[in-house]
Ligand binder design. Structure first.
Ligand code: PXP
Length: 240
């Protein structure tokens, strides 16, 4: 299972003081040296953490998979076209783009999402859609012709340790099985921690996890390399 580390919150800390440190590129290289398979960053429309210069510097430095998350807008697709990440994951940023559970509403976004997807695919950039573990969204993503989907694990993470955990786990498993039956590559992410990632890693259909907040939080006590190694160990134990 691939482990991609989302380094957005390194930029959050930097921007909180208007300094040049900590540097997201340095953090990305530490994650890769510690065993991460790829780096994920989200260029938000408000640039609240990652900025345009970070994206360019990350593309230059990251020789393994660079997954750029973005809204499906012309502005963002123009940036991806120039920077050439390996993967673009379209994520919702505005209320009307998302389902009640926080993933993209693929049907409602219609032609806009289709146009953005086709532009990137024409440049040989893989496209992934961040969606809720719902059959209708998965079917719509497949119909759109994307290579990959990323299942939103936020509801599962919120339910972890409570009465609804098993139900959320089952929803993810059913969604993963369905997505795989359609031939989609499968990632998962949002709210994953060393504790709750075990059940996700045990789902064989899932090829990749994208984890940010918990790894950066763990880095405060374990070092960034230690946090990546600990997460990798949890994935391996769950998969064995
Ligand atoms: N996957 C996607 C599509 C995301 O937008 C994010 C960031 O919210 C993550 C994964 C990582 O989530 P977290 O920081 O909660 O690990």
């Amino acid at each position: 299972m691939r482990l991609h580390i989302n380094i957005d919150h390194v930029a959050t800390v930097r921007n909180a003081r208007g300094t040049v440190y900590p540097d997201p590129v340095e953090a990305a290289l530490l994650c890769i040296a510690a065993g991460a398979d790829g780096i994920t960053a989200h260029l938000r429309e408000d640039r609240r953490h990652i900025r345009d210069a970070d994206v360019r510097a990350l593309r230059e430095a990251v020789k393994c998979t660079f997954n750029l998350e973005m809204a499906a807008t012309d502005e963002m697709v123009n940036i991806a076209d120039e920077v050439r990440p390996d993967v673009v994951t379209f994520v919702p940023e505005r209320r009307q783009e998302r389902t009640t559970e926080g993933g993209l509403d693929v049907m409602a976004m219609g032609d806009d999402l289709r146009g953005c997807t086709r532009r990137l695919q024409a440049k040989k950039i893989r496209v992934s859609l961040f969606i809720a573990p719902e059959r209708v969204q998965i079917a719509a993503a497949h119909a759109l012709g994307v290579e990959q989907i990323e299942l939103h694990t936020g509801e599962y993470a919120s339910a972890f340790g409570g009465a609804a955990e098993q139900m959320e786990r089952d929803r993810l498993q059913i969604a993963a099985t369905y997505a795989r039956s359609l031939g989609l590559d499968l990632a998962a992410g949002h709210g994953l921690t060393r504790q709750n990632v075990t059940a996700i890693a045990a789902m064989r259909e899932i090829d990749e996890v994208n984890i940010g907040h918990a790894v950066i939080a763990d880095a405060l006590s374990m070092s960034l390399a230690g946090a990546v190694i600990a997460m990798r160990t949890h994935l391996q134990v769950a998969r064995s």
